[in-house]
Write a protein that binds this ligand. Sequence first.
Ligand SMILES: NC(=O)C1=CN([C@@H]2O[C@H](COP(=O)(O)OP(=O)(O)OC[C@H]3O[C@@H](n4cnc5c(N)ncnc54)[C@H](OP(=O)(O)O)[C@@H]3O)[C@@H](O)[C@H]2O)[C@H](O)CC1
Ligand SMILES: [K+]
Length: 491
Amino acid sequence: MKILTAAQTRQLDQATMQEQHLTSVELMERAAEALVEWFCQWLDQEQAGEVLVLCGPGNNGGDGLAAARLLHQSGYQMRVALLPAATQAADWQHNRLHLPEAIAVAEINEGQLPEIQPNTVVIDALFGTGLARPLGGLAAALVRHLNAARARVVSVDIPSGLYAEASQPRENVAVRARHTVSFGTPKLAFLLPQNAELVGEWHVKDIGLSEPFIACSTSPWHYTDAAAVAGTLPARPRFSHKGTFGHALLLAGSRGKIGAAVLAANACLRGGVGLLTARVPGCGYDIFQTSVPEAMCLADPAADYLSELPELKPYQAVGIGPGLGQEDASLAVLRQLLEAATAPAAAQQRPLPLVIDADALNLLGRHREPAGATARKHGAHPHPKEFERLTEPARDDYHRLELLRAFAQRYRCLVLLKGAYSCLATPAGELHFNSTGNPGMATGGSGDVLTGLLLALRADARLRPFEAARLGVYAHGRAGDLAAEKPATRV
Ligand SMILES: NC(=O)C1=CN([C@@H]2O[C@H](COP(=O)(O)OP(=O)(O)OC[C@H]3O[C@@H](n4cnc5c(N)ncnc54)[C@H](OP(=O)(O)O)[C@@H]3O)[C@@H](O)[C@H]2O)[C@H](O)CC1
Ligand SMILES: [K+]
């Protein structure tokens, strides 16, 4: 799914109206109906009590007025408060005229901000994608008043005061919503940790916006949902054999961290790799062979860490990093691997795909390796701190995305920045945010599992590098979501 800018969303509205012969009032009605449908599933009339709708002067406020009417018709007890402005949008005026008289309407003023209790349900329809500058004056006072009340707030389209895709100074005021109900496509702002407390849980509702327009729109931002990955996993043909799915090499583990190698190896096998060989330090040999009998194991001559790179010829992909440790000898192995994989080896038909993670990235960052060493057709997947060690400290989440994008473009590699919506940057400058996963996965070992899964998919030559990476990240999160759905079993 594409993520569009506020400006593109406005064009999308126009295109939808033209294509479907709709008036803007009809489109607004669709948005309000989608909001109301969601609202009614969230709270019934009794649970909601009196619902306060705060309306700004634009179409976001118009959505709020239309929703107030529809909720009133569904038996909810409604109250509306209007933010004064010199002019109101035409569709706002239409919906103001059609607001049932039974709904109490008040104009907000500085001396008399609407009464809001902690259990009040508030629909925030002050500002949407038309926000043109930071909130000030009465609007800012109202939003501060609302946030202080700690009420149950639903924001229409986007929390008022929050920009859809641009960074804003921390001192800017914006609504803290419990839920945000948006239309058509998600906003970039929803996917960044710095906005999480404002956006709350977000929901995107389909209001039948123009598919052809969305398909033609260019955007660097994409949201990987089930539809995006559907059909990308090649079938396992009946006459396939283990060679069909590739032979992967995993370089992992150090004393006290052999578990990371075991987790990555198990995930690689679950990911469908044809053959897996792991290179672990001597101390890990017995542990590994006992834990993962399906994999082959090569013991490094050093007991506690990896010190030598094995022959790479047999392998279709190499993963390095889980539990690797920070020894200089292991850095030397990593350097040799990067060199061997990027060298135009005559014997190799394609550059050897690498999956670089965890301690391997820390080693690169600590020694400030020219990051280009990770270049060309390789994949790295750091978490934010590991990433900053490779680049520079980010001012905020938007700046981190810029750094990520620049890094992937400059070094022509796939980079995955791990987090709640892990972001995969491509050499072409696209950013793909993953939709699966949950906070239960924020625990040691999750990254090792991801490395193993990605390694399996990269070893399968039938998958293109980007598709393998996007699918691996999606499947990893989906596995976590399925596990979270299972009822906990007590031992
Ligand atoms: N496809 C869809 O997603 C649909 C969305 N809809 C809704 O429409 C809004 C966008 O509506 P728009 O009228 O463009 O913009 P807003 O309602 O967000 O705000 C515009 C008005 O607010 C004033 N404004 C802007 N910034 C400030 C500020 N910082 N302080 C005070 N006033 C501000 C602006 O005034 P100007 O002086 O800047 O001209 C406007 O008066 C979208 O978010 C959805 O909710 C449609 O309903 C249908 C489909
Ligand atoms: K809003």
